[in-house]
Design a protein around this ligand. Sequence first.
Ligand code: GLN
Length: 597
Amino acid sequence: MKYILVTGGVISGIGKGVIASSFGTILKNCGIQVTSIKIDPYINIDAGTFSPYEHGEVYVLDDGGEVDLDLGNYERFLDVTLHRDNNITTGKIYQYVINKERRGDYLGKTVQVVPHITDAIQEWVEKIATHPVTEDGNKPMVCVIELGGTIGDIEGMPFVEAFRQFQFRVKKENFCVAHVSLVPQPKSTGEPKTKPTQASVRELRGLGLSPDLIVCRSEQAIGPVVKEKISNFCHVAPEQVITIHDLSSIYRVPLLMESQGVIEFLNERLQLNISQIRPRNFMRKWRDLADSMDHLRKSVNISLVGKYTKLEDAYASVTKALQHASLAVGFKLKLTYIEAANLEQQTLLDHPILYHEAWQKLCKSNGVIVPGGFGKRGIEGKMEACKWCRKNNKPMLGICLGLQVAVIEFARNVLGWTNANSTEIDPTTDHPVVIDMPEHNTDQKGGTMRLGKRYTRFKPETSVIKRLYGNVDGIEERHRHRYEVNPQYVSDFEAAGLKFVGQDTSGQRMEIIELVDHNYYVATQYHPEYLSRPMKPSAPFLGLILASVGKLKSYLNRGCKLSPREQSDNDSDDDDLVNLRIASDIKEKVVIEAEEK
Ligand code: GLN
């Protein structure tokens, strides 16, 4: 097993995750199986109880792990399925060590950060690195480990010390360090400054880790003179300095890294046995993806009606899934965030300008997405958005809470149950159309939802969403919720035109709704965004984009294919765009155990 540790210097938030994923992408393209570990040095056991305002979205894995959103980057870039243990936190390590102490495993000893915590970190990394992350079940050969935060943070110290020891434990040819640092280019001087990078490399060395690669992030491209300077001052050869400036899309990052000799360096340093001769179409898919992204002429306007709209990372996977689908259809995504509460009547009274601005944005969009969320704020505004889409034949995709509000809105305004609500919002409502799932109703907050990958069976009769998924019997997608549609009311909804076209195996748990006689009014209880991949867009998202640009019907009529004319409109000749592969785990004949209910 070969390890690439990716550390950060100067400041966080400069794309360390994308760079770490790009190392994996490049190696994967050389035929090497890659896995990854993200280390978050905070004390939380996992990301489950985070507010999206703290750290961005909570990413959910197949196994129900609620993890840092960087794991989403790895899954999307490497097209792998990670395990909850691929996200290590200080909390998890301490919990593991404390449990061992209680069991008596260290009987008679004083349990300390060094060696007990540092040993636990090394054991954890060694164990999870070998865990297969692809369907073929093969053991990965390279593990990219991203250490969150920046070098010098107090919380990160035990991890840095653990890796200082680890480099000797696994031997030099199996371990290398890539340090991602910022090279600021202040407007006043106009030239790139290398001092912060020098300081952070010095700090890293002081802690016993020497960088094998220094990846310099900058706004504008950095010339050879500055590269040379970093090489001199940081005591590395010039080919060990990689420069990554701001690019037109993240798909260009692996390409730029590859062009600077990263493969040759890693091949030699880690003895990877990669052939010197690259196939002619080496990394072609990524190049095509980046090129088509740069050459999109037409755009599609999508409004996201949410609650955490001030931090874009709060909807990271939803945004990515929209981008994948738009790119597949050949449109540039123009995403507008609308604060749901601003669509509410109360805002008209308190802040009329905000109200009118929000409605103007909504009305101007070609399609609307109502993503997941928790709690009361903005709920009525989300319902307003659903109502407007429903009545105006505007394409709408609801996700999780988005499905629940669509159901409540329909109950109130079509079925006439004016007080209908979810028990999450109003526990005493006389029409509880969305109720809490009994088995997930506990006092504890972390890890107590219905989480991870579950099966959804389509109803036998056809539906748009079933066709989008390729007319299969069922699919598997990831979940994260505590409430569900009350099965007692299903027949009322269906009689009025709101169909529940996908359910769990028991038939009691509603997974997908679709409104009859509408352009596209679909919502899912699961979160399809987590399984969307750059080259495999997610079916519900694809449906939304196709409907928003008026191509859904022709796409379905052509047997789920885009016409070549639509392709040439955007100067793309990639066959993969014609025959779209749809994300999610599609199950033709699945034997699965009945769900818990
Ligand atoms: N709050 C809702 C529930 O727990 C929706 C959750 C979500 O959107 N992820 O069921």
